[in-house]
Design a protein around this ligand. Structure first.
Ligand code: SF4
Ligand code: SF4
Length: 265
């Protein structure tokens, strides 16, 4: 996948540089005094002054020395002049494996922020136990766990711990797990744990949603603009549906579907 600059003159004259940096202070929330991310490009493939001169000459983003483009697409969605586009979209998000833990959490938080209204990367300074927090425009809240190595069972355990830990002061009943691939049924029994949770009075009202980096990126980049979405509209609920039903549900949200929008599941 390539990020293409449509008109080099537009970048040369642009003063906003929203591909690099945005001020999200206007949506800052009181919860834990968190603000959302403000740096757009996780790797500095686009630096603070927008695409480099070399990129502008070549008409597509070229990484600066020592950095690489991981094809997250965030710069495309944030460009204030719709001057960037995606060519040869590829569902493979394995380049995300080159990001540090903090970078991948920042990317994921920006996707969730774009989809639901507000999301913060709470692990920027490692002061909180969870990786992210989401507050949707529909009034839903969730803690987020992000694991490139796909330990879904540990993620769900951590989310349960956070929900219980903050239950005296915050009634948050949702958790979101973001992984590289969905867990296979029976894998380390994460599905068993989720089913057991539904049988216990203290956990039966908790909903755990899942998604993958490739699903999240595709939804973020290609979803039809619409009224605010609920978590259940965009995320996989392992207790209520299977992965194929989830995939079909999400595909219906796109204006222009291509078969290669998602990795094989
Ligand atoms: S990519 Fe968009 S926001 Fe960035 S410098 Fe070019 S026109 Fe401005
Ligand atoms: S696609 Fe992502 S990593 Fe690549 S230049 Fe844009 S923001 Fe940076």
């Amino acid at each position: 996948m390539k990020i293409v600059i449509k008109d080099i003159e537009v970048c040369a004259k642009c003063t906003a540089k929203r591909c690099s940096f945005i001020n999200l202070a206007s949506i800052e929330r009181a919860f834990f005094n968190l603000s959302s991310e403000t740096t757009i490009c996780p790797t500095s493939a686009i630096g603070g002054s927008g695409p480099s001169e070399k990129s502008i000459e070549k008409r597509f983003i070229i990484a600066e020395k020592g950095t690489c483009c991981v094809e997250c697409g965030l710069c495309v969605k944030h460009c204030s002049h719709q001057n960037l586009s995606i060519e040869d979209y590829n569902a493979n998000t394995s380049a995300f494996g080159n990001l540090t833990g903090l970078q991948i959490k920042a990317v994921t938080s920006l996707y969730l922020n774009g989809l639901f209204g507000f999301a913060a990367n709470t692990n920027r300074n490692n002061s909180l136990s969870f990786d992210g927090y989401v507050a949707s425009e529909k009034g839903e809240e969730a803690f987020v766990e992000i694991d490139y190595k796909d330990d879904s069972l540990e993620c769900v355990r951590r989310l349960l711990g956070d929900i219980i830990k903050y239950s005296d002061t915050h009634s948050i009943k949702n958790g979101i797990v973001v992984l590289s691939r969905f867990p296979q049924v029976g894998s380390r029994d994460v599905y068993n744990l989720l089913e057991k949770m539904k049988k216990f009075p203290t956990t039966n009202d908790i909903s755990i949603y899942m998604t993958t980096f490739s699903h999240l990126r595709a939804i973020y980049l290609y979803m039809k603009p619409s009224t605010p979405y609920l978590f259940e509209n965009l995320l996989y609920n392992p207790i209520k549906e299977d992965i194929y039903t989830y995939q079909k549900k999400v595909e219906n949200l796109f204006t222009d579907i291509t078969p290669s929008l998602f990795d094989e599941i």
